[in-house]
Design a protein around this ligand. Structure first.
Ligand code: ZN
Length: 380
């Protein structure tokens, strides 16, 4: 199967500079199922970028026939990747407006709902086709009205993915074990994503409060079902997930090849590539609510020293780190314990050990929803 490489120019924001998205596609545009994979939305997060390089290499090798279509964007955010300031790549927030590149994706569900009212029927497959077409039309209209390069980028990525059956957005955390975020309404249908990718942590929420890329693709189906589902069947037709491939420093061919092999098997299991993926691996740990994930933050400035490694099962009240103020008059006084606030599995830490109030020190996946975890549940 041949690969087509396309380049989509973004809106130029300066004279003499034009950036573009490089998109690799396999398969005929009308053949299903369609898989969409992107990486580098947070431009400095490289594990997924290298993983998609290896996936392209594997698909090019052509050992198994591609039965559906596959779209791959290894560098989804050329804006962020060009934000090199004083020797450091700042790929998480747009320098122009301070907005997190993976938040505030456009929500077009209200106008899509208006456009399809009266056009739905008793057949779920037909309804999916009607909705996909309306989604793509609404996104094209918004793209023509985009005011900034980042807004145009988001709309372009959505236009390339909104009709996908499976859409994966590859990220990484600071220092972390693999984990995956997806919609509650995509569970347990998305269980193979977590299992094939060997995820020790799976976090579920229908609305995380930030409208990241994966939710901009999955949530319209839930919202339209809420609006029309009593009379017309509307499935969750786009299984999308944010896949966190460990930490920022976990970049290398060996890990990327392992992750690409896992993605390849998932594509086989989903009928997008021919061939036997083998038995579905057992999920290490059950999926948990995102509202049960504690985000442990620093209360004061200081130097962190962890007491527990990644992958620790901790209990509420257990000290997980010390926060040290080396300027204290009495060294014995210049130290506080940072404690877990919930029972759970500690799966992220901070790589750089100087912190200030509000800095995220750890994430702990717990089973019990945490009362204050409402509204914006993702970290910025
Ligand atoms: Zn990210």
């Amino acid at each position: 199967m041949t690969r087509v490489v396309s380049r989509f120019p973004l809106l130029p924001m300066s004279l003499g500079i034009e950036r573009y998205l490089t998109v690799h596609t396999y398969g005929e545009p009308d053949i299903r199922p369609k898989a969409y994979l992107q990486a580098g939305m947070h431009a400095g997060e490289l594990p997924g970028v290298l993983t998609l390089h290896h996936l392209i290499r594997m698909l090019d090798a052509g050992e198994d026939e591609i039965l559906g279509q596959v779209t791959i964007i290894p560098v989804a955010n050329p804006i962020g990747q060009s934000q090199i300031v004083l020797g450091t790549l700042h790929g998480r927030f747009g320098l122009q407006d301070g907005v997190n590149f993976n938040r505030a994706f456009p929500d077009v569900v209200a106008e899509v709902g208006d456009a399809i009212a009266g056009r739905l029927g008793p057949d779920a497959v037909g309804n999916v086709a009607v909705i996909r077409e309306a989604l793509l039309e609404a996104l094209a209209l918004h793209a023509s009205e985009a005011e900034t390069e980042a807004e145009y980028l988001k709309l372009t990525l959505m236009r390339l993915s909104a009709d996908a059956d499976l859409a994966l957005d590859l990220h990484c955390d600071d220092e972390a074990l693999k984990h995956v975020y997806m919609a509650q309404h995509s569970w347990p249908a998305g269980g193979d994503v977590a299992a094939d990718l060997g995820m020790p942590v799976t976090l579920l929420a229908d609305d995380s409060g930030g409208n990241p890329f994966d939710e901009s693709l999955s949530k319209p189906w839930l919202d339209l079902r809420t609006r029309f589902g009593a009379d017309h069947p509307i499935p969750s037709a786009c299984l999308s997930a944010t896949v966190e491939l460990r930490g920022m420093a976990d970049v290398g061919d060996a890990l990327a090849e392992e992750d690409a092999t896992r993605l390849y098997r998932l594509l086989q299991r989903r009928g997008i590539i021919a061939g036997d993926p083998g038995p579905l691996p057992k999920l290490e740990r059950p999926a948990l609510p995102l509202s049960g994930m504690e985000v442990v933050k620093a209360p004061l400035p200081g130097v962190l020293s962890y007491r527990v490694p990644l992958g620790s099962d901790v209990v509420a009240g257990q000290p997980i780190a010390d926060l040290i103020d080396p300027t204290a008059d009495d060294p014995g006084e210049g130290r506080i314990e940072i404690k877990a606030g919930t029972d759970g599995y500690l799966f992220t830490r901070r790589a750089h050990k100087f912190v200030w109030p509000g800095t995220v020190i750890a994430k702990i996946a717990g089973a019990r929803p945490i009362e204050r975890r409402r509204g914006r549940m993702l970290t910025d």
